[in-house]
Design a protein around this ligand. Structure first.
Ligand SMILES: Cc1cc2nc3c(=O)[nH]c(=O)nc-3n(C[C@H](O)[C@H](O)[C@H](O)COP(=O)(O)OP(=O)(O)OC[C@H]3O[C@@H](n4cnc5c(N)ncnc54)[C@H](O)[C@@H]3O)c2cc1C
Length: 248
């Protein structure tokens, strides 16, 4: 099975988020970048498939040269090769279009993305990608059983689960459940060394225009001071929740 795993390069969850250019752009100064956590679940699942039934795992990112350490980390975890589509990921359609062109020429059976990226949280790329390829798509996937040319997929729905089946090639957008956090692989020294020599191909972007433009960003209001209330004083707690916080 030929698998493509889409890797988004996102700020570490502990990063302090700031904006520049009149709050119209994300300030990357001093920010540590990591593999999008949802993509790590997908990558681990792809490794399992490869180990069980053979095949290859390619990772792809749409980004400039600063994203290469993130792709190298994916190679150290176990991907066979990497593709960097050399462009700023200017909106979800642009990203999906770039990846769809790679998919059309390289004949993958399965594309695994994350359910959403934890930076812009658009959740748009996977669906757009499947639509551009005209492939089946299962979002928020938490389980997968492959049987020949088809697969049974489980996805989370409100208050339950839904099982679907579909034929390859297909796109799935994964999340926790596809594998568990305890299954994630930390690259070992051998993995890090071999990742240096694994192929990382840089390809030019396809002509595509973006469909949206970020106008400005706004941080959530700063959190107020914490008020400590004695556990015996339920009346005061209820009064503060009602009159001050106005949540009850
Ligand atoms: C310089 C710059 C300018 C930007 N300007 C805009 C703008 O004007 N308008 C706007 O809407 N957004 C803008 N963005 C955000 C950027 O477009 C997002 O990275 C992109 O839209 C995808 O984010 P998403 O939240 O929709 O991804 P999601 O759909 O939430 O991501 C889901 C999955 O898709 C895959 N994926 C997402 N991004 C990539 C990627 N780059 N490479 C490979 N796989 C990926 C991953 O598997 C990810 O888990 C800008 C980003 C940068 C760096």
């Amino acid at each position: 099975m030929k698998i493509l795993v889409c890797i988004s390069h996102v700020p570490d969850t502990t990063s302090k988020i700031n904006f520049t250019d009149n709050d119209s752009a994300f300030d990357t100064n001093g920010v540590q970048f990591v593999i999008n956590p949802y993509d790590e679940f997908g990558l681990t699942r792809a490794m399992w498939i490869k180990e069980k039934q053979g095949g290859t795992v390619t990772v792809v990112n749409v980004g400039n040269a600063t994203t290469e350490p993130t792709l190298r980390k994916a190679l150290a975890i176990g991907a066979d090769d990497a593709i960097r589509i050399d462009a700023d990921p200017t909106d979800a359609f642009f990203v999906a279009k770039q990846i769809s062109e790679i998919a059309k020429t390289n004949g993958y059976d399965l594309i695994i993305t994350g359910r959403e990226s934890i930076d812009y949280n658009g959740g748009n790329v996977p669906g757009m990608l499947a639509a551009l390829l005209d492939w089946p798509f299962v979002n928020a996937c938490i389980g997968m059983e492959i049987d020949g040319n088809s697969a049974k997929l489980v996805r989370e729905i409100d208050g339950g689960k839904e099982t679907l089946s579909g034929n390859f090639p297909m796109v799935i957008a994964g999340q926790k459940g596809l594998v568990e956090e305890s299954d994630l692989r930390i690259p070992n020294m051998r993995g890090i060394m071999t990742a240096r020599t694994k192929p990382l191909q840089v390809v030019p972007a396809t002509d595509a225009s973006k469909m949206t433009e970020s106008v400005s960003y706004q941080k959530p209001p700063a959190k107020g001071d914490i008020k400590m209330i004695s556990p015996d004083n339920v009346e005061e707690l209820v009064s503060l929740l009602h009159n001050e916080a106005k949540v009850i």
